[in-house]
Design a protein around this ligand. Structure first.
Ligand code: 13P
Length: 263
């Protein structure tokens, strides 16, 4: 059975002075052992969040990582630097594809650095609105996935705990979420791409797939009702303890229900 994962992407919010308090509050309001909780604050707040959630079972992630291990890259942060601060890392977020010009090839290299350092990667894929309207959503997702995963051994990716987040660009920060059925269709398409890339079907079946894009406590149930969706990557709502309590609480209900079905 795949785990239920709720990951908070705080983006460029919080300072080291306030991140610890927010993380502590969220941790205390979301104590659900059946749900994997991950908080991804800005780099500079990683240490504060790590220290604030000690003993809470909340895991810490970075929002990005450089594609080289070391070198003359002013202002950048490498995977080895994150060890001890984070155990997860987001790669290929659409905001970085858009603002930093990240390509699938570059994202694939980031994936490699993350895995080498023992960081669990959350690889983001998702189409633009025009691409969805043109009926090309799954084709775009497949291209992003194939580009990033090229040259990576499926076994290494699976053992490294790869998670894929389907985040349609038009749903991010817009208040306009995808429909649960569309997210589920994309999740199926993603697993089909993996088998097409030579992943054994049983390995592809273990890969957790999250939905991201305007997730709130009011719409999370629609996504978790889909058996192929294993949780959410939450942006704006993840800065609000009430919202996180609702989202993680719902995920715990789903985790219990799925356990019953599996029995
Ligand atoms: P919002 O939840 O704010 O739409 O952001 C989603 C996202 O980009 C998470 O990585």
């Amino acid at each position: 059975m795949r785990p239920l994962i709720i990951a908070a992407n705080w983006k460029m919010h919080t300072t080291p002075a306030d991140a610890g308090d927010l993380a502590r509050t969220i941790a205390a309001r979301t104590r659900e052992p059946s749900v994997v909780r991950v908080i991804c604050p800005p780099y500079v707040s990683l240490a504060a969040v790590r220290d604030a959630v000690v003993g809470e079972g909340v895991e810490v992630g970075a929002q990005n990582v450089h594609h080289e291990r070391v070198g003359a890259y002013t202002g950048e942060v490498s995977a080895p630097m994150l060890v001890g601060l984070a155990t997860w890392v987001i790669v290929g977020h659409s905001e970085r594809r858009r603002d930093a010009g990240e390509t699938d090839e570059l994202i694939g290299r980031k994936l490699g650095r993350a895995l080498e350092a023992g960081l669990r990667p959350i690889l983001c894929v998702g189409e633009q609105l025009a691409e969805r309207e043109a009926g090309r959503a799954s084709e775009v997702g497949a291209r992003q996935l194939e580009g990033a995963l090229a040259g990576h051994d499926p076994q290494v990716l699976a053992e490294g705990g790869l998670v894929v987040a389907y985040e349609p660009v038009w749903a991010i920060g817009t208040g306009r979420n995808a429909r649960g059925v569309d997210a589920a269709e994309m999740a199926e398409a993603i697993r089909a791409v993996l088998t097409g890339l030579g992943w054994p079907a049983e390995t592809a079946a273990t890969l957790p797939i999250l939905y991201g894009g305007s997730v709130t406590s009011a719409n999370i149930a629609e996504f978790l009702a889909e058996p192929s969706i294993d949780g959410a990557l939450v942006g704006g709502a993840s800065l609000k303890p009430d919202e996180m309590a609702g989202i993680v609480g719902r995920a715990a209900v789903t985790a219990r229900a799925r356990l019953e079905v599996a029995r």
